[in-house]
Write a protein that binds this ligand. Structure first.
Ligand SMILES: Cc1cc2nc3c(=O)[nH]c(=O)nc-3n(C[C@H](O)[C@H](O)[C@H](O)COP(=O)(O)OP(=O)(O)OC[C@H]3O[C@@H](n4cnc5c(N)ncnc54)[C@H](O)[C@@H]3O)c2cc1C
Length: 411
C-alpha cells in the first residue's frame, strides 16, 4: 500500500482521510491539539462556544449527504430545524430574512419605491453586473440596496462594494428575479431555495461532534505544525517520514515557504497577493428569542450577525440562559467588543471571544484560474490541494466535503 500524508484535520482533511483509508496507509498531521479547524468548539462556563461561526449542516449534493449520514445516526444524534432569521434594523424593526420577500412589512412609501424600482429593472433587464454593488442594485433596486444590502455587506467585507468582483461569490448569492420577488411578497411565500433554509444540528457538542466522529479510527498526529514538504524526485518527506502522496488541506499562504524540490515556474507567485478576512466570534448570553440568525445592517455597532446557537440545541446553554455567537469581521479588542455589545439587540452579555485570522478567502477575477494552474502543476508531483484555504474557495462544510470527495475519486 502507498502512503499518503494529509495536512490538516479540518472537515476537508478528515473527509479525504476517511475516503482513502482503505486504499492507502493514511497519516494526518494537525497543528492544533484537536480536530476540526474552523468547526472546533469548546465549552465555557457551561455554554458551547463555536470558536468560529455557529456551524449548521445541510447539502444540495446527495452523494455528500449519503456519505455524511453513513457516519452518524441522523435521528438520535441530530436535530432538524427550519431557518428562522431576521434582519434587525437600527429603528428596532425586525424583518424576516430574506428582506426582499418581505417588502410588505416596510412603510408604505418604501414599498412604493421598491416596487417601482423593481418594475423598472424588469423592463431594463438585470444582467451584466461588473461588481458586487452593481449586482445588488440590479437585483434588488436602489432602495433595498441602501436600506440593507449596502450597509450589511460593507460591515462584513469592510471595503466599498464596487471594488468587490463577483466571481468569488458565485453560487453563494441569491438570484431571485423581479417576478419571484413580487410573487413572494404578494403570496407571503417563505424562501425555501437556500441550502440552509432547513438544517441539521448536533444534539450534543455542536460541530465539534462532527470532527470528533470523523477523526475516530484515523491515524492523526496532533500538535504537528508541518513547516516543510520536501520532494526528492520520487517521495515526499513530511515530519521526517516518507510518503508517496501528499494532500494539503491547510492554507495556500503557507505553501510557498513549505515546498522544497518542486519547480513551480512562477505558479506560486500569485499567493502573496491573495486577500482574506478574519473573524472575531464572541460567546454571549442573550435574551430569549425564537431566531436562528439575526442580521444587523446598522452602523451603530460593528457586528454584522448574531447566531443564536442556544436555539439550535438546548445542550448548548448553561442552565437558565440562552447563548449565542456574535460575529465581527477581523480582529477587535475585548474592550471594543463589550462597548459594541451595549448597543445591540437582545442584551448580549460577554463571556469569551476568539479571533481566527483566516475565515473568508477573497478571490479576484483571476484566482480560480491561478489556483487551477497551480493544482495541475502540483498533481505532477502527486501533491494535491483540498480545502477552504487550500482551494481558496468560499466553501461551506458540505462543499468542502464534496470537493474532497471529487478529489479522492481521481486518486
Ligand atoms: C464564520 C464562519 C461560519 C461558517 N458557518 C458554516 C455553517 O454554518 N455551515 C457550513 O456548512 N459551513 C460553514 N462555514 C464553512 C466551514 O467552516 C468550512 O467550509 C470548513 O470548516 C472548511 O474546512 P477545511 O478543512 O477546508 O479548513 P479548516 O477548517 O481551515 O481546516 C484546516 C486545518 O488544517 C490545519 N493546518 C493548517 N496548516 C497546517 C500545517 N501546516 N500543519 C498541520 N496542520 C495544519 C488547521 O489547524 C486546520 O485544522 C463557516 C465558516 C466561517 C468562517
Amino acid at each position: 500500500m502507498e502512503r499518503i500524508a494529509v495536512i490538516g484535520a479540518g472537515v476537508s482533511g478528515l473527509t479525504v482521510a476517511n475516503l482513502l483509508k482503505h486504499k492507502y496507509i493514511v497519516k494526518v498531521f494537525e497543528k492544533e491539539a484537536v480536530p476540526g479547524g474552523l468547526i472546533r468548539c469548546r465549552r465555557v462556563q457551561g455554554n458551547l462556544f463555536h470558536i468560529c461561526g455557529g456551524h449548521i449542516f445541510n447539502s444540495r449534493r446527495s452523494d455528500v449527504l449519503d456519505w455524511f449520514w453513513a457516519h452518524f445516526d441522523r435521528e438520535s444524534e441530530f436535530l432538524k430545524a427550519d431557518r428562522n432569521s431576521v434582519v434587525a434594523f437600527p429603528d428596532g424593526r425586525k424583518v424576516p430574512y430574506p428582506v426582499e420577500d418581505h417588502v410588505y412589512l416596510f412603510p408604505e412609501e418604501t414599498q412604493k419605491k421598491v416596487v417601482s424600482e423593481l418594475v423598472e429593472l424588469a423592463s431594463k433587464g438585470q444582467g451584466g453586473a461588473e461588481n458586487f454593488e452593481e449586482f445588488l442594485q440590479k437585483r434588488f433596486g436602489r432602495t433595498l440596496y441602501e436600506l440593507y444590502f449596502k450597509p450589511y455587506n460593507e460591515k462584513v467585507w469592510r471595503r466599498p462594494l464596487g471594488t468587490v468582483p463577483l466571481s468569488w461569490l458565485e453560487g453563494k448569492l441569491p438570484m431571485p428575479s423581479v417576478q419571484e420577488i413580487l410573487f413572494n411578497n404578494i403570496n407571503r411565500v417563505q424562501e425555501k431555495a437556500f441550502v440552509h433554509s432547513s438544517f441539521w444540528y448536533e444534539k450534543k457538542g455542536g460541530s465539534q461532534f462532527i470532527a470528533d466522529r470523523l477523526s475516530e479510527s484515523l491515524d492523526i498526529v496532533y500538535g504537528a505544525d508541518i513547516a516543510s514538504l520536501s520532494f526528492d524526485g520520487a517521495k515526499w518527506t513530511v515530519a521526517g517520514e516518507l510518503f508517496d502522496v501528499v494532500v494539503f488541506c491547510g492554507n495556500l499562504k503557507d505553501l510557498p515557504q513549505m515546498l522544497h524540490g518542486v519547480d513551480a515556474g512562477g505558479r506560486l507567485d500569485f499567493i502573496d497577493g491573495l486577500e482574506y478576512h478574519g473573524t472575531t466570534s464572541v460567546l454571549c448570553t442573550i435574551d430569549a428569542n425564537p431566531y436562528s440568525w439575526v442580521y444587523q445592517p446598522g452602523h451603530e455597532h460593528k457586528s454584522h450577525r448574531i447566531i443564536c446557537t442556544g436555539n439550535f440545541a438546548e445542550s448548548n446553554n448553561a442552565p437558565g440562559k440562552l447563548s449565542a455567537s456574535i460575529e465581527f469581521t477581523d480582529d477587535i479588542s475585548k474592550e471594543e467588543i463589550i462597548d459594541n455589545l451595549s448597543r445591540m439587540p437582545f442584551h448580549p452579555e460577554y463571556i469569551d471571544h476568539n479571533y481566527s485570522r483566516y475565515t473568508y478567502p477573497i478571490q479576484d477575477a483571476h484566482t480560480r484560474e491561478q489556483v487551477a494552474a497551480l493544482k495541475d502543476m502540483l498533481a505532477g508531483y502527486r501533491l494535491y490541494l483540498s480545502g477552504r484555504f487550500a482551494d481558496w474557495e468560499y466553501y461551506n462544510m458540505d462543499v468542502a466535503m464534496g470537493a474532497a470527495m471529487d478529489l479522492c475519486k481521481t486518486l
